[in-house]
Design a protein around this ligand. Sequence first.
Ligand code: SAM
Length: 253
Amino acid sequence: RARKRFGQHFLHDPGIIDRLVRTVAPMAGQKLVEIGPGRGALTYPLLEQVAHLDVVELDRDLIHLLREAVPEERLTIHQADALRFDFRPLAGDLKLRVVGNLPYNISTPLIFHLLEQAEVIGDMTFMLQKEVVDRLTAAPGTGDYGRLSVMVQYHCQADYLFFVPPGAFQPPPKVDSAVVRLTPHATAPWPARDPVYLGKLVNQAFTQRRKAVRNALKTLVEPDIFDALGIDPGLRPDHLSVADYVALANATG
Ligand code: SAM
């Protein structure tokens, strides 16, 4: 039986599983980590491509099944909460390729937890609630663009890969799903002097997303700073680019 509190919706559509694994296209010698392997829907096909896999799973019963099916030299099972897991020691010389059909109730904090360790991550391919993928990959000026888009795109290239209907899972979730690829920037295209302050500024801007940005940010940014940076202060917060937010943060923080 699937455990609701662990967000367990198991993939069972072979076409979707195959597409996801082909999208990851794991190559021999790469360091792969799967978050939430569950009953192994992705784990087994991934193990056909690589000699060894690390997985992080919370549910003891599922770990049992995996342990019985795959020998230790091929599969290292970390029984842990992925939200607290330190991925850095797994990396060694090679960056990690992270894969997962994530529990949707923890997907946003998990992405932020992984971004804190972005220096050891080559890329991440995740199945997520489609609405979250839309926000992760949104461009300025679109309805889905917000705090999550800016903060994730500050760290990563975010690409929408493909749509997945509820019927691909057992039991089917109530929402549509999609697969996203997040690729941490090797060097920051717009380095923020103080990323924590950047987060604060972006947060403040989007709590008042219907106001002009000059008003939404009036406690943090003097009006003449917009002119100096060439940013129209009459724009709404959802029309500023990631580069604009970094420029505002670097000029004021
Ligand atoms: N990968 C499998 C599949 O595609 O069929 C299972 C996906 S299911 C959506 C999510 C999996 O993540 C479950 O196996 C669940 O037990 C596990 N999980 C839930 N919360 C977790 C956490 N905090 N840390 C690690 N694994 C977790």
